[in-house]
Every structure is written in structure tokens, then in C-alpha cells.
Design a protein around this ligand. Structure first.
Ligand code: NAD
Ligand code: TYD
Length: 373
């Protein structure tokens, strides 16, 4: 088992990163180290998601640093300041629709940002004894450290009606988002093969849960149901995603950080395949019950809209490797996860207001017209 003392979490103000920090500091007694959260606070990052963590652990076990993973001198200074031994790299531009309208920032953050982190890690973790030795070739890199990269199942492309992605499925990314993530995955593996950097990589399916920015399908639909707005369904609504509760995902990430084998990749999925339209009907039923709405009236607001260009038809994950090799299993069934998610959005209107007041509204209006939140 790896000893983790100082974990650099990137993108810790996004949905997965902030839930990861919360799981580690609140629910993981075997972890006694420090977390350094480097986040640029883009439109998707919200420092308020970690206010309670800041109050309880700030300055002792939790340190927030605002800045970009592309800023090499900042990243270098953080590695030194906190003596980083572990990286959990979540930071990314993560929304497929945005990558279609503006791909450049995806290349900058997801490709160049990942490259910058890898390269700083490689330099910082060089064994001091081999630096500068003539004829020594590439300097040795410490092997008691780990760079873990969080990626997506979307790098594998789109499935037909049957089958599932495994760790050996060839890459076939089809959106600017998934292409940028695929590029970053290749860089991570190249740093392992070429420099011996201890890396692990995970490719997960669609996450859902508390603190998700309301541009993604589940939170967007919950909020639109509550506000009586149209419920946009892309294309014929029969695209399939495999839904993973964010806390289950983060438990898998934690297992990989502790026991993942350097150079290996792990697929993580919820084994909850749903057609979008069926998922939306479940959400309508759950939200209507809890908020005392008439589900049939809500259903009448479903609005089939023009399909997303290049919309991948189906994703499904075979996650037997992380189950058999690391002993992971999801703790939350899909209905339970959805209920918890809906409860969270019902109880956190202040968080929602805070996040929707700014850039999100203007971006959605600009690109989609009046359909936005
Ligand atoms: P998110 O969009 O909710 O959050 C991303 C975070 O990264 C934000 O806090 C943002 O401020 C930060 N960030 C963006 N650019 C940055 C930069 N240049 N420097 C520092 N911070 C920056 O994303 P998420 O859903 O939490 O995704 C986390 C990771 O998981 C990403 O790498 C994403 O590709 C991957 N992933 C997400 C899903 C999903 O369903 N959400 C599925 C598979 C993989
Ligand atoms: P999304 O949450 O954007 O995740 P991803 O594109 O990474 O899978 O979308 C999930 C699915 O829901 C996807 O098939 C697109 C669809 N979708 C809609 O039908 N309507 C919407 O308003 C959104 C945001 C997504």
C-alpha cells in the first residue's frame, strides 16, 4: 500500500474533484495527509463547494491554490512548497457541447495543462543522486510517488447495440473534448514508458451527484423540472450513457491511488445503462414526487431539439479489472443515487443561485438561445 502524504488535487472545485476531497477528508480515516487543491475557478469551478472543508481543515490538511495547470512556474512552486508525492489530476474542460462551440480551450487545458503537470512532476521527482551524472542516461525517477490521471470512456468512441469498452479497446475519440482527453491519456502513458514516471490512468463513465454544474444532463433536467422549463432532449433521446454515482467513482480513484499498479489503466463504470429519454422519465417521477409536482404536466414540457453534432450513440463500461484487481464495487444503486442527487439539489438552492448567476447563463444564451437555464 502506497503512503500518501501530500496530494495535489487539480480541478478540486469541479463536481468530481470536490466530492473526492470531501470523501478523503471526511470519510477516509486511513488518510491522514494533506490535500492541495489547484483550481483555476473557471465557469465550472465553484469555491463555495468546499466552504465547509475550508472551515474544518483549511491551513492544516486542506490548502486551496487558485491558478491554472498550464502555469508552469506556479505548478513548480506548488510541488516544492508542499513537497507533493501524489497527483490526482481531475482538472479539465469537461463539457462536450462547449468543446463543439469552442475547442481551443480544451486543447490548452486538457492537453497542454496535462503536459505541464507531467513535466513538472518528472523534474520534481527525479532522484537527486542521478541528476547531472555524465553518461547516466535519463535520470531515475522516484518510485514511491504517483501521478493519477482521471479520464473518460469517451476516448473509446461510440458503441453499437452490444458490447462494452475494456481497458484494451482501441481509442477512437470523436468530439474535440474526447480527442483532447485521448491526447492527454497518451501523454500520461508516454511519460510512463519513456521516463519511468509512475502513473495510473482511469477512464470512467458519466458521473452524477451533488455539486454538478447544471449544464450536464441530470442537473440541468432537475432544475428545469423544478422551474417548469422545457426539458431539452437531443435527437431521438435514445442515446445511452452508463451512469456512475460520483462517490462510487471517487472510492475507485482512492483504491487506485493506494494500490493501483504503475503503468496500468482502469475502467470505472456504474453498470447503469439508460437511454436518455428513459432516464428523463425517471427523473421526472422522482423530482415530481419530492417537489409535489404533477408528473404528467412536467412530461408535457419534454422538448426534442436538434441533435448534438457527432453525438456518440452508446457508452458502456466493462469494469471487471478494477473490481477483481482492486476489490472495488459500487455502493449506490442507480435509483438510490438519483434520489440522493435530487435531494441535494432540492436542499441547496443557494449553491445553485451562486453558480448560475454568472458566465453560464450568458454562454448558454449565446449558443443555444432561450433554451438555457
Ligand atoms: P468539472 O467541469 O465539473 O470541473 C472541472 C474543474 O477543473 C473546475 O473546477 C475548473 O475550474 C477546473 N479547471 C478547468 N480548467 C482548469 C485549468 N486550466 N487549471 C486548473 N483548473 C482548471 O469537471 P468534472 O466533471 O469534475 O471532471 C473531472 C475530470 O473527470 C475531468 O478530467 C473530466 O474529463 C473527467 N470525467 C468527467 C466525467 C463526468 O461525467 N463528469 C466523466 C468522465 C471523465
Ligand atoms: P452530458 O451530460 O452532456 O454528458 P456527455 O455528453 O459527456 O455524455 O449528456 C448526457 C447525454 O444527454 C448525452 O447523450 C447528451 C444528452 N443531453 C440531452 O439530451 N439534453 C441536454 O440538455 C443535455 C445537456 C444532454
Amino acid at each position: 500500500m502506497r503512503s500518501l502524504k501530500n496530494i495535489l488535487v487539480t480541478g478540486g472545485a469541479g463536481i468530481i474533484g470536490c466530492n473526492f476531497i470531501r470523501v478523503l477528508l471526511n470519510k477516509t480515516p486511513e488518510f491522514s495527509g494533506r490535500i492541495i487543491n489547484l483550481d483555476a475557478l473557471t465557469y465550472a469551478g465553484n469555491a463555495a463547494s468546499l466552504e465547509d472543508i475550508e472551515k474544518q481543515f483549511g491551513g492544516r490538511r486542506y490548502f486551496f491554490e487558485q491558478g491554472s495547470i498550464c502555469d508552469r512556474s506556479l505548478v513548480e512552486s506548488l510541488f516544492s512548497k508542499y513537497d507533493i508525492d501524489t497527483v490526482a489530476h481531475f482538472a479539465a474542460e469537461s463539457h462536450v457541447d462547449r468543446s463543439i462551440f469552442g475547442p481551443e480551450t480544451f486543447v490548452k487545458t486538457n492537453v497542454m495543462g496535462t503536459f505541464t503537470l507531467l513535466d513538472v512532476a518528472r523534474n520534481f521527482w527525479q532522484e537527486a543522486r542521478s541528476v547531472g551524472l555524465p553518461g547516466a542516461g535519463a535520470p531515475d525517477i522516484r518510485q514511491d510517488v504517483l501521478f493519477h490521471h482521471i479520464s473518460t470512456d469517451e476516448v473509446y468512441g461510440s458503441l453499437g447495440e452490444t458490447g462494452a469498452f475494456s481497458e484494451t479497446t482501441p481509442y477512437n475519440p470523436r468530439s474535440p473534448y474526447s480527442a483532447s482527453k485521448a491526447a492527454s491519456d497518451h501523454l500520461v502513458m508516454a511519460y510512463s514508458h519513456t521516463y519511468g514516471l509512475p502513473v495510473t490512468l482511469s477512464n470512467c463513465s458519466n458521473n452524477y451527484g451533488p455539486y454538478q454544474f447544471p449544464e450536464k444532463f441530470i442537473p440541468l433536467s432537475i432544475l428545469h423540472i423544478l422551474e417548469g422549463k422545457a426539458l431539452p432532449v437531443y435527437g431521438d433521446g435514445k442515446n445511452i450513457r452508463d451512469w456512475l454515482y460520483v462517490e462510487d467513482h471517487n472510492r475507485a480513484v482512492w483504491l487506485i491511488l493506494q494500490r493501483g499498479v504503475p503503468g496500468e489503466k482502469y475502467n470505472i463504470g456504474g453498470e447503469n445503462e439508460r437511454e436518455n429519454i428513459n432516464l428523463l422519465h425517471s427523473l421526472i417521477d422522482t423530482v415530481s414526487k419530492k417537489a409535489d409536482l404533477d408528473p404528467e404536466k412536467v412530461r408535457s414540457t419534454i422538448s426534442y431539439v436538434k441533435d448534438r453534432p457527432g453525438h456518440d450513440r452508446r457508452y458502456a463500461i466493462n469494469c471487471s479489472k478494477v473490481k477483481t484487481e482492486l476489490g472495488w464495487k459500487p455502493a449506490f444503486g442507480f435509483e438510490q443515487g438519483l434520489e440522493k442527487t435530487v435531494d441535494w439539489y432540492l436542499a441547496n438552492s443557494e449553491w445553485i443561485e451562486g453558480i448560475r448567476s454568472g458566465e453560464y447563463r450568458s454562454w448558454v444564451e449565446k449558443n443555444y438561445g432561450a433554451r438555457g437555464a
